[in-house]
Ligand binder design. Structure first.
Ligand code: SF4
Length: 209
């Protein structure tokens, strides 16, 4: 059977997992927090600068029993980051419930193009111009993270910030391959717009995944 007709995907009991790993959260509000990452394959957004293009095709990643993922997470690590790819392409309810039963906090990194799962503990919304988030994601965002590839992304950042609640933390993050070119105009923006903060991919500077 073609794996994407597998009922266990619809029920969320299996997911196409590209990789799992233990690291620190390198970006945004929770920078520095030890975390277990679950990278789920599959994304249609098509950002040309995407640094995980190998995640795009879900069929390249094995369907994994959600229970077997939970077993890998050390007891002492409280934070589990669901990332991708685009994790909201899938039914995450089963995984979220299991993680909560283990006492974990679930942080979701998403472009907001799929289905908003319930009971997420922290939602990092990273909208992309190529396909905007669905409306429900904006109200729920704890953190808004805009990747800056060129100067026009600053205007996009302001537009997107107008859609989230006032309490949402706002971050600009240089796209990694352009981090030197974009830093000057990001810093100018931050000085003029103090609600925003800089997010850098600290894990890459110290050689962590
Ligand atoms: Fe890559 Fe994320 Fe863009 Fe998808 S939304 S193409 S995973 S950067």
């Amino acid at each position: 059977m073609h794996k994407f007709f597998d009922m266990s995907i619809e029920s969320g009991k299996k997911l196409p997992v590209m990789e799992t790993f233990l690291s620190i959260q390198g970006e945004g509000f929770h920078t520095g927090t030890p975390s277990f990452f679950i990278r789920i394959g599959g994304c249609d957004v098509g950002c040309h600068w995407c640094d995980v293009k190998e995640s795009w095709d879900p069929e390249k990643h094995p369907l994994v029993d959600v229970e077997s993922i939970i077993e890998q997470i050390p007891d002492t690590v409280e934070t589990v980051v669901l990332t991708g790819g685009e994790p909201t392409s899938y039914n995450l309810t089963y995984l979220v419930d299991l993680l909560h039963r283990q006492g974990k906090k679930i942080h979701l990194e998403t472009s907001g193009t799929g289905t908003l799962p319930e009971k997420i503990d922290w939602l990092c919304l990273s909208p992309k111009k190529f396909e905007l988030p669905k409306p429900g994601f904006y109200n729920r965002a704890d953190e808004l993270k805009i990747i800056v590839y060129n100067k026009s992304d600053l205007q996009f950042a302001l537009e997107q910030a107008g859609k989230v609640p006032g309490k949402t933390r706002l971050f600009l993050q240089p796209e990694w391959s352009r981090r030197r070119e974009v830093l000057d105009f990001i810093l100018e923006f931050l000085i003029r717009n103090p609600a925003w903060k800089l997010s850098v991919q600290t894990h890459k500077y110290i050689g962590l995944p």
